[in-house]
Write a protein that binds this ligand. Structure first.
Ligand SMILES: Nc1ncnc2c1ncn2[C@@H]1O[C@H](COP(=O)(O)OP(=O)(O)OP(=O)(O)O)[C@@H](O)[C@H]1O
Length: 370
């Protein structure tokens, strides 16, 4: 059996007062007019994984306008060990809830035993040429799909860094700064190593399967952590190096009003492997194909290393592919053996999926079997 979502329920989520979908293990195609709620449904699935979902939205925007009951998303996941009930949401005062099999869970990471999620959305179209922060967030999402604790490490690191910047500005007792820098160094070392390890595994899998993929392959690397190229070979050495560099940079960083070096500054370099050229120079279609290739390779990597194939959320991807590429995408999705959720305004785009998909029509926050 393919691990799949058999039931998805939304309550007061975006433009859905309530909705329930019963699903089998086939792909799920959602069609409907602009603004009807297709992306919102994908977003609901994405918030079942660590982080802020596929729009990176703050959770207080998820509650339906005009509602004051909080919001909730619940899913039943069919696994080889039987069904699992998971859910998340927020109470009206904004408190986060996570439930796994009828019990409260401490964090959303608890759901990672049952599902991993990867997505592609139109907002990622300019990923290779846009700001470095977008590429870091993309990379961190890939890493989180592999190592669920990565997401909270990144947000804890960012929180500590904001605290450091404030302490620098306030000119507080330097012992406080040392304590915060030590915390940042521990988190920063783990973040950097998670990123480099994940990229190395992804790259070797991409190289191994170079000949049998229908989408272009990428060569991935991280820009250096420090401008002078300083490196460390163990986690403890990296932690010490980060703490030492931040200590030495206090004057510079105070003047700059921010922490000028560290894992929050690295960038993901992407080269189109077959064309030997930076991904950012490719045409829109080439960049999209490269991104699809990356997501597909990463989904295979997650399956290999965790035994769980991520669910794929593909928002308006089919519309931007020519018919051959679309068929290649559908074949690749079938090969992954996972449930994929695809959206588009035109049902004809998904004809080639034949009976390998369940089809739903979305209209004004209501979803029904086609
Ligand atoms: N918190 C909210 N409460 C109520 N409605 C919301 C909320 N947030 C967004 N919406 C509405 O949800 C709709 C957008 O839904 P969504 O992005 O899922 O559309 P879509 O079907 O994917 O459309 P498109 O084809 O244009 O991408 C908009 O009408 C927007 O106003």
């Amino acid at each position: 059996m393919i691990r799949h979502i058999s039931r998805l329920r939304l309550t007061a989520f975006r433009n859905y007062a309530s909705a329930a979908l019963d699903l089998d293990e086939r792909h799920v195609v959602l069609t409907g007019p602009n603004g009807s709620g297709k992306t919102n449904l994908l977003e609901a699935i994405s918030v079942l994984s660590p982080g802020r979902g596929l729009r990176g939205a703050s959770f207080d925007t998820l509650q339906s306008q005009g509602s004051d009951i909080g919001w909730a998303v619940a899913a039943t996941i069919e696994t080889d060990d039987g069904p699992a009930d998971i859910g998340t949401g927020a109470t009206p005062d904004g408190g986060r809830r996570v439930r796994v099999n009828g019990a409260n869970a401490r964090s959303i990471e608890a759901m990672s035993d049952y599902l991993r999620v990867l997505w592609l959305t139109p907002a990622m179209d300019g990923l290779f040429s846009g700001p470095a922060g977008e590429r870091r967030r993309f990379l961190d999402r890939l890493v989180t799909t592999l190592i669920p604790s990565h997401s909270s490490a990144v947000s804890d690191y960012e929180k500590a860094m904001r605290q450091r910047n404030k302490l620098l500005e306030d000119g507080t007792d330097p012992r406080w700064l040392s304590a915060v820098e030590a915390q940042m160094a521990e988190l920063g070392a783990s973040i950097h190593l998670n990123r480099t390890d994940s990229l190395a595994h992804l790259q070797s899998l991409i190289v191994e399967s170079l000949d049998d993929v229908s989408f272009p392959a990428a060569i991935l690397s991280l820009t250096p952590l420090f401008e002078d190229g300083a490196e460390a070979s163990t986690s403890a050495e990296l932690e010490a190096l980060l703490a030492q560099r931040w200590h030495a940079a206090r004057g510079l960083d105070r003047a700059a009003g921010r922490t000028t070096s560290g894992p929050h500054r690295v960038d993901l370099d992407v080269i189109h492997a077959q064309k030997h050229m930076p991904a950012a120079l490719g045409s829109t279609g080439e960049q999209k194909a490269l991104l699809i290739g990356l997501i597909l390779a990463h989904a295979r990597l997650v399956r290999l290393r965790t035994g769980i194939v991520p669910f794929l959320l593909l928002d308006e991807i089919a519309a931007h592919l020519d018919p051959d590429r679309r068929r290649a995408l559908f074949a690749a999705l079938d090969g992954l053996e996972t449930q994929c959720f695809l959206t588009g305004t035109d049902p004809l785009l998904f004809e080639a999926l034949e009976d390998r998909a369940q089809r739903f029509v979305v209209r004004e926050g209501r979803v029904a079997l086609d």
